[in-house]
Design a protein around this ligand. Sequence first.
Ligand SMILES: Nc1ncnc2c1ncn2[C@@H]1O[C@H](COP(=O)(O)OP(=O)(O)O)[C@@H](O)[C@H]1O
Ligand SMILES: [Mg+2]
Length: 512
Amino acid sequence: MSIRTESAAYEGACAKPVEVQVQLAGGTPTFVVVGLADKAVAESRERVRAAFAAIGLSLPSKRLIVNLAPADRPKEGSHFDLPIAMGLLGALGVLPPDVLDEHLAMGELGLDGSIAPAPGALPAAMLAAERGRGFICPEACGPEAAWAGGDLPILAPGSLIQLINHFKGGQVLARPAPGELDDGASIPDLRDVRGQETAKRALEVAAAGGHNLLMVGPPGSGKSMLAARAPGLLPPLDAEELLEVSMIQSVAGLLERGRLSRTRPFRAPHHSASMAAMVGGGVRVRPGEASLAHHGVLFLDELPEFHPQVIDSLRQPLETGEIAVARANARVTFPARFQLIAAMNPCRCGWAGENGQACARGPKCAQSYQARVSGPLLDRIDLQIDVPPVTPADLALPPAPEGTADAAARVTAAREAQHERGALNARLSGDRLDRVASPDAEGRALMTKASEAMGLTARAYHRILKVARTIADLDGATAVRRIHVAEALSARKSSQAGRQAVSAPPRVSTFP
Ligand SMILES: Nc1ncnc2c1ncn2[C@@H]1O[C@H](COP(=O)(O)OP(=O)(O)O)[C@@H](O)[C@H]1O
Ligand SMILES: [Mg+2]
């Protein structure tokens, strides 16, 4: 006799169906799980056995075979416990087979028969809805699963006993309600930053055009402070983006009590982060920081302190908006379309190029420090600005009259203009860039003059055009004019360290 029920395996942030087949046969009593299962799945046997004993059921002394199909789809994680246990309950006649056939289940079992939360309830619930099945998940995952749609029948039992009682009619479980939707009041306000008008403006331009931003300045000038305020400038996630972001958070096990947030993610990994932490992977494939920052901001503070390979691994997602993690038996893709904000000191001691506080090791210090960031990465950063130290006079200023809300309103308007044209300015290139961002005659004249005077490379030239287009959008202008080009030209790294970098050999020469 063979009993079937369904569960899910995760491929990136998506859930794929897995059929759980349970067969009781005569022969030597054994309990085996087959079908490309990892160690956590193999351990299911022990948990299921213990959970059954805890509720007063013993496994029959027969050959018990659990097959997870299709056999070539890798299966990871402890969430197969519940569907396996349900299949056995079906084989023992405790649960009717048609109940098993109508549901998709996921959840980990405790030795006492309780059902413990497991990551990935949201994508699994979406899969159940797609396949026209009811969804069974741990109690703690109910609020998360309930986001998958109002029509989806969901059972979120706390233990195997509750589940059995539900189907026997003893104790009917209610459908869980979705978790809270957080509209995010917790982002700090731009008003807290005194002075630094240029940097604030650059942050606004970066948010408006989706440009990556690099801030270079001495310690304590407020770079981290500015970056933390970036998500507040971005418009809230729309419904589709919210779903994508929440699916990734669900697979990473980060959705506490099913609480979703419309605020764009802000991830600030420490510079000691490993490759697996940054782009995903590891023994069990989990999304990395770059994927958790999908549709939001990835902030790399102290950029040159990151391992060079880790920084370079971001080149692929910056280009394609996706990360592919190669595994021994599969290739997993996670979405990762983030906006990069990076901060760094101009040199290791932090003071190169500053008046009054000179760097002890001279220009070499700045050159070797900045060379740790590879040219191809810098090439993808449209806005590279200096953040000078805050003066005591700045700190004594009253809070700025304008805060995050004012800047965010301008960003939203500028993004609407780009939306109508079909792409964020940061993603413009080739013909399209020429078409929408070509300045008027005066602007072009200024560009030509500046390129000659500053020795701009073609790459830097295009970068300035994109930024000028965004500045024009913030201005509500259809044409890119001289004034927009002028501002874009001025928002470029100009510190002594920067100039040294420009004249320094190979890798650093990509500083514009
Ligand atoms: N422009 C500023 N306005 C108000 N406080 C500031 C400013 N810049 C720095 N600070 C103060 O200095 C601290 C350190 O700033 P931080 O952003 O960490 O500097 P950085 O990242 O450039 O080293 C902040 O927590 C804040 O208290
Ligand atoms: Mg800092």
